[in-house]
Design a protein around this ligand. Structure first.
Ligand code: NAI
Length: 343
């Protein structure tokens, strides 16, 4: 079995080489992202391995199918970039539902602490032997209220971390977890009570711009917004307006709505055309990391292992535990439940 691996980075290769060798799967690495113009690179491959900013819209899926691709192995949890209905009946889509919720939750807290205690500014100052503390006053997290939107694997770990800091936690989830000791409130109440708001829900039509101008209006003055989930959960223009109006106290973003042409690459010698991002980065109370929250040794190892095991299960006809459910509409005759494969 041969796999075309798109958007390959140097940190992907050691763990994927290890597991592909172990399972006898051939892998061709391509640095380019998957899209209509690059899909042909998958010629001769039964599968493609894709990441968060690869384009798996209907035309790309059709092209891959025509080339003989029968499996898409996502090496990530989110799948908002995949047209699942275009895949149904043609190409199986497998993902890595969990690889390290700790990696993302810990990065979220790292961003919060960096922002609140001005660590990024202090680091720059002391490197130049500037030991002034002026302008570095932070505040205690202890006793503050964290509002968590999305209480799945990552959200739950982040809640535990916040509790460890003595924060009070409230949460909103469309499907609240039962008997987990989490205080669920409405979205409105979460906006009005939280000192810190952290997004841990998937991106969908429902959650698109869940933080927009209207939501920001309902927040406390000085609210800190954390987004390590997906960029389009926040309306970036509305965020900028909220920051300029001094309503938003700080924003920590590991993801950005228009990240796909920028993140994961070095533009330090270039003029970046995205004025919204440039303006956000120029703000003293905004911290941006480039979709880095997942990037720990443990997560990379788990991602490679699960992705390669998913491909091995596909190849051997075994049940596809991590296949994405297409919601074919058939509740009684759900093939995934019966055959453990969608089709
Ligand atoms: P999960 O599936 O375990 O949890 C998602 C939670 O969101 C669930 O509890 C679900 O009920 C809730 N939810 C669904 N629709 C909702 C809605 N309309 N409103 C409020 N809540 C809703 O997912 P997990 O593993 O916790 O990941 C969360 C997100 O984190 C992923 O969707 C992905 O976008 C992002 N992520 C980001 C990474 C990074 O490197 N920055 C790495 C991994 C994931």
């Amino acid at each position: 079995m041969n796999i075309a691996f798109f958007d390959a980075k140097d940190y992907d290769r050691p763990s994927f080489d290890k597991f592909c060798t172990r399972y006898g799967i051939g892998i061709k690495y391509y640095e380019t992202k998957l899209g209509a113009d690059t899909a042909d690179l998958a010629s001769g491959c039964e599968g493609v391995c894709a990441f968060v900013n690869d384009d798996l819209s209907a035309p790309v899926v059709e092209k891959l199918y025509a080339l003989g691709v029968r499996v898409i192995a996502l090496r990530c949890a989110g799948y908002n970039n995949v047209d699942l209905s275009a895949c149904f009946g043609k190409v199986h889509v497998l993902r890595v539902p969990a690889y390290s919720p700790y990696a993302v939750a810990e990065h979220t807290m790292a961003l919060l602490l960096t922002s609140v205690r001005r660590i990024h500014k202090a680091y720059n100052r002391t490197r130049e032997f500037n030991f002034s503390l002026s302008g570095l006053t932070g505040f205690d997290l202890h006793g503050k209220t964290a509002g968590v939107i999305g209480t799945g694997k990552i959200g739950k770990v982040f809640i535990e971390i916040c509790r460890g800091f003595g924060m009070h936690v409230i949460a909103y989830d469309k499907y609240p977890a039962e008997d987990c000791g989490i205080e669920y409130v409405s979205l409105n109440e979460l906006f009005s009570r939280s000192d810190v708001i952290s997004l841990h829900c998937p991106l969908s039509e429902e959650t698109f711009h869940i933080i927009d101008g209207n939501a920001i209006d309902r927040c406390k003055k000085g609210v800190i917004l954390l987004n390590t989930s997906r960029g389009a959960l926040i309306d970036a223009e509305a965020l900028l307006a909220g920051i300029k109006a001094r309503k938003v106290g700080a924003a920590c973003l590991d993801v950005y709505e228009e990240e796909s042409d920028l993140f994961f690459r070095d533009f330090s010698g270039h003029i970046v055309e995205d004025d919204t991002l440039a303006r956000l980065i120029s703000m003293p109370n905004v911290i941006v990391t480039s979709h880095q929250a997942f990037l720990t040794e443990e997560a990379l190892e788990n991602i490679a292992e699960t992705t390669v095991k998913n491909l091995d299960a596909f190849r051997s006809g075994a049940p596809l535990e991590n296949e994405l459910c297409y919601h074919c509409g058939s509740v009684e005759d759900c093939r995934k439940k019966r055959k453990e494969r969608c089709f």
